[in-house]
Design a protein around this ligand. Structure first.
Ligand code: ZN
Length: 252
């Protein structure tokens, strides 16, 4: 069910063990061919499909589209919240629903730059309520919630999600082909191996002149549909695990 369509009296009547899901994404450049709203469009569609399957078993907040995208600010159009402000925004959303009495909360992420601040938000909120034993605070990025994506379509070329890559471009094509421009002519951009397993600070111009990482020319709407199915399935499975949690165990 969708938070935006409920009355406060309906929320007040809900079982407080109902999982509450906060989809979060971004508005940032996605190469010369894909729209700035790509991450939000994709996260919105994946959340929409998961919400439809779960029905009254889970409560979905509207998507928070402003994310942490400072590494893309060299490209015009990108919008980004200051990192500390963004951590506090996400923490505040969780605090609001803890205040309403809910205990099982998920930040459902659709943008790589939100990974660090999103995990920091659930970490900080947990420490603030450290006397509680009944809180389940999760951060999950949709492409990490399933291991079936790379095999979901026989013609997929890329092994994992990049940026404005075959996978993302395919999903935007599935939503609306007119939102993608000239992807067939965009040159491939390798991922590289920057000092792994260390984590290197980076800006997008360090990696890509045109702003993408991957091979968008292989995108098709059929691949996009297959990806949407496995990604929304992975989200649904994680939320069903939240529902099945016994309310106190570490494992789940
Ligand atoms: Zn993206």
């Amino acid at each position: 069910m969708r938070l935006a369509e409920q009355t406060w009296t309906e929320i007040a009547a809900l079982d407080r063990d109902t999982p509450v899901v906060f989809p979060v994404a971004a508005l940032e450049q996605h190469g010369p061919h894909a729209p700035l709203f790509t991450d939000s469009l994709l996260m919105g569609e994946i959340a929409r499909r998961a919400e439809e399957r779960l029905g009254p078993a889970a409560l979905f907040a509207p998507l928070q589209w402003l994310g942490n995208s400072h590494h893309h600010l060299d490209f015009p159009g990108t919008l980004s919240a200051e990192p500390r402000l963004y951590i506090d925004l996400l923490s505040g959303l969780l605090e609001n629903f803890i205040g309403h009495g809910f205990r099982r909360l998920l930040l459902l992420n659709g943008h790589g730059g939100n990974d660090v601040p999103g995990k920091q938000a659930v970490f900080e909120v947990r420490q603030r309520h450290r006397q509680r034993k009944d809180l389940l605070l999760l951060f999950g990025t949709y492409w990490h919630l399933t291991d079936r994506a790379s095999g979901c379509h026989p013609d997929l070329r890329e092994p994992e999600l990049g940026h404005a890559c075959e996978w993302e471009t395919s999903m935007v094509l599935r939503l609306n082909p007119s939102w993608v421009k000239g992807f067939e002519k965009v040159p491939d951009q390798e991922r590289g191996r920057p000092f792994e397993p260390a984590s290197r600070g980076w800006t997008m111009p360090d990696r890509s002149v045109q702003g993408h990482v991957g091979e968008p020319r292989h995108a098709t709407p059929e691949k996009g549909e297959a990806l949407f199915q496995v990604f929304s399935g992975g989200v649904e499975e994680m939320i069903r695990r939240m529902i099945a949690w016994d309310g106190q165990s570490w494992n789940g």
